[in-house]
Design a protein around this ligand. Structure first.
Ligand code: SF4
Length: 469
């Protein structure tokens, strides 16, 4: 950790103490415990950030609740697709209703959506009841901003264009005791033409390997068995560091941390996925048998216009090589339908890749125009009729190959990490296999957090029914 980042941690810890003092005054005035609620939108990076925000609020003294009718509500927003923004505006109206009944309530917004200048302007002018707006680059300043919002009225807006800071060791409240996300890097330098992430999450900056390993060790000591290494493009880990290990080497170092039994990672970029990583995944049983490898489109021309920097042939060669080298690996992907200029023959290319790779599952998205991205100004936006017809074709084929892939493990016994008591049937628990498939089996809450062998009795399309072996 850099000296100035360590110093910043100490400063923010002091602000936590100041905020705690302010909060206890407010609790005395209110004559009751004050509650805080953090709502997370979007990806696993956001989910991990929310664990830090909740950790800080809890350290300040708030009682954490999932009820949005609370004294402090923080939305950690996403902006990857337009409807994510609309959802937030809709829910702000409800929060304003609560605030009218509880005038001391504080409403705060952070995350990727706040990095869009037109959004902040709209909030500043039309949502004056919002008390705090901050972004992705100064998340670590939340204690300091909390002191400001607890000691003054009016909307505080603190958005940064960029940062090179990685401030560690602030309080964290993890959602799960047995597994955790672990950031290895922040930001993205790829500038895919449809994607807003590089504009809201900034340039790539990797954490020092010793900081990552220190956090992995403390998570293991805290009972974590499974870690998910997080980055927008984990395969380019270490580019901004001197003498950094490659991502494959870092992955093995994390696997060697005592107490860690399973390691996952997300998200990979096909143009940077190395043979070294394939060999490390092949030989190290602690690395989960699942790889998420976004394709986005099977058409080389569309991939060029997306600035993905690989062709259909290169993606196929990589995915089929991985299938050969690690036959028991599940490969999932992301596919966008309706990118500007897309034709039926482009869709044929996408369907061809799906037929050849036979993905274990795929997240299929309709192209969402994001203002500020190059593709948003492309003239040849495609029609809704084309999109809905082609989307159904892609989805149908993806579901076909996924069902076929899922069935191949029926009758086998595989290890599952038991994650929760089944929501719809409390006599069952739900576990996750190394290949990321779910299995439901008889059991109770005492099994949560343990990795046990499970006989996969029956495949039900995208999940299994099983029993403990
Ligand atoms: S790799 Fe592309 S799609 Fe992924 S976050 Fe970066 S710019 Fe977005």
């Amino acid at each position: 950790m850099r000296q100035e980042d360590r110093k910043e941690t100490e400063i923010q810890i002091e602000y936590i103490k100041k905020a705690a003092a302010l909060l206890s005054e407010k609790e005395t005035e209110a004559g009751r415990k004050l509650r805080a609620c953090v709502v997370t939108f979007g990806c696993q990076m956001n989910a991990r950030d929310s664990e830090k925000l909740i950790g800080i609020l809890e350290q300040v003294g708030y009682e954490i609740t999932e009820d949005e009718n609370a004294d402090f509500v923080l939305y950690n927003t996403c902006t990857v697709r337009e409807n994510a923004n609309l959802k937030v505006y809709g829910r702000l109206g409800v929060l304003n209703g609560y605030k009218k009944k509880n005038p001391g309530m504080k409403i705060a917004l952070c995350g990727c959506m706040m990095q869009e200048p037109q959004v902040v302007e709209k909030l500043r002018t039309s949502y004056r009841f919002v008390d705090l707006i901050f972004g992705t680059h100064n998340l670590y300043k939340f204690p300091e901003l909390l002191v400001s919002v607890l000691s003054q009225e009016g909307t505080i807006i603190d958005i940064w264009d960029k940062t090179d800071r990685i401030v560690e060791d602030l309080p964290v409240k993890r959602k799960y005791s047995y597994k955790s996300g672990l950031n290895i890097m922040f930001g993205c330098d790829n500038f895919c033409t449809y994607c807003i992430v590089p504009y809201v999450r900034g340039r790539e900056r990797s954490r020092e390997p010793e900081d990552i390993l220190a956090e992995a060790k403390s998570l293991a000591q805290d009972g974590c068995k499974e870690l998910m290494l997080l980055g927008q493009n984990v395969n380019s880990y270490g580019k901004n560091l001197e003498n950094a290990p490659s991502f494959a080497q870092l992955l093995e170092m994390v696997c060697n941390v005592e107490g860690i039994e399973r390691v996952r990672f997300m998200t990979s970029h096909p143009k940077d996925l190395s043979d070294e990583l394939i060999q490390v995944m092949k030989r190290n049983p602690k690395i989960c048998r699942h790889l998420h490898l976004p394709l986005q489109s099977g058409s080389t021309e569309i991939l060029r216009r997306m600035n993905r920097r690989y062709t259909k042939e290169q993606y196929l060669e990589l995915a089929l090589k991985i299938r050969r080298e690690i036959p028991d690996l599940s490969i999932t992907t992301d596919i966008i339908v309706g990118f500007p200029g897309e034709t039926e023959s482009d869709i044929e290319d996408t369907l061809d890749v799906i037929r050849q790779v036979r993905f274990d599952n795929a997240f299929t998205f309709i192209y969402s125009k994001r203002s500020g991205t190059p593709a948003a100004s492309y003239e040849d936006q495609v029609s809704e009729e084309f999109i809905s017809a082609q989307f159904d074709r892609v989805l149908k084929l993806v579901q076909e190959t996924a069902r076929e892939q899922a069935g191949k493990y029926e009758g086998l016994t595989m290890d599952a990490l038991i994650e929760e008591v089944n929501e719809s049937d409390p006599t069952l628990v739900t576990g996750r296999l190394s290949n990321n498939c779910l299995v439901h089996l008889p059991g109770d809450a005492s099994l949560i957090g343990s990795i046990i062998p499970v006989f996969l009795r029956e495949c039900k399309g995208f999940y299994y029914l099983g029993e403990r072996k």
